[in-house]
Design a protein around this ligand. Structure first.
Ligand code: NAP
Length: 205
């Protein structure tokens, strides 16, 4: 198993961290609020550690579990500490009504994060098409992702599989804007009858 680092200590950090710890990974939590990171680490158990916010993450895969409006600022704060890392943007940049996204094609949050990250980092978008509560339930489910770097994608796909998820590569960094809209699709499906215990997936027919 491996070490993954999570920046943030909110709902998604808890959901992804819980699932990763359950599947044998060491989870490093890095939060601007060290007390919240410690509380979450205590909840996750012995396999969780607390890292220094802004220091070089221990994991090769770094999950950016913060609000979309803060993502670039957080990546800039870590700066060169993220060199060579696989950065996973999980944000949903919903507009105020929750019926569209606040980003535009070519300017997704993941693309903004990639522009702010060190050149040697690879940026993926993933986990935004699943509700946190569903991730934590630990059932098999599809995980759409997109981004750059064949090696980074292969490593991330292996990590997803280790969590009991089926990774579905949707394309390059330019596809991350489509995944942001897929987050809207998820909410639309949930609000219009399916309920919030759902994840988006693809069926083989
Ligand atoms: N919840 C879901 O079901 C779900 C599903 C798919 C995708 N997402 C996406 O996942 C991301 C996290 O969602 P969440 O539900 O975990 O949110 P959350 O519970 O509000 O947690 C947000 C985290 O971001 C941190 N943060 C916010 N602004 C920051 C800043 N300027 N600098 C550093 N850290 C900052 C917060 O730190 P503090 O605690 O110190 O404020 C907190 O740890 C969001 O972008 C959301 O769109 C959520």
């Amino acid at each position: 198993m491996t070490t993954i680092s999570i920046i943030g200590s909110g709902n998604m950090a808890a959901a992804i961290g819980t699932r990763a710890a359950k599947h044998g990974h060491t989870v490093e939590l890095m939060s601007r609020n060290a007390d919240k990171a410690q509380a979450l680490a205590d909840q996750l158990g012995d396999s969780a550690t607390v890292g220094t916010y802004g220091a070089r993450p221990a994991g090769d895969i770094v999950i950016l579990a913060v609000l979309y409006a803060s993502a670039v600022e957080v990546v800039a704060h870590f700066g060169d500490a993220l060199s060579g890392k696989t950065l996973v943007d999980i944000t949903n940049p919903f507009n105020a009504d929750g019926n569209g996204v606040a980003t535009t094609p070519g300017n997704s949050v993941a693309q903004r994060v990639a522009a702010a990250a060190p050149d040697s980092a690879h940026v993926l978008k993933a986990f935004n098409t699943i509700f946190g509560g569903v991730i934590a339930e630990d059932k098999p489910m599809d995980l759409f992702f997109a981004g750059d770097g064949a090696e980074a994608k292969a490593g991330f796909a292996e990590f997803a599989e280790s969590l009991g998820m089926r990774p579905l590569d949707t394309g390059g960094l330019d596809m991350t804007h489509a995944l942001e809209w897929a987050g809207i699709l998820l909410v639309g499906v949930a609000r219009n009858g399916a309920g919030f215990d759902v994840a988006l997936g693809a069926a083989a027919l």
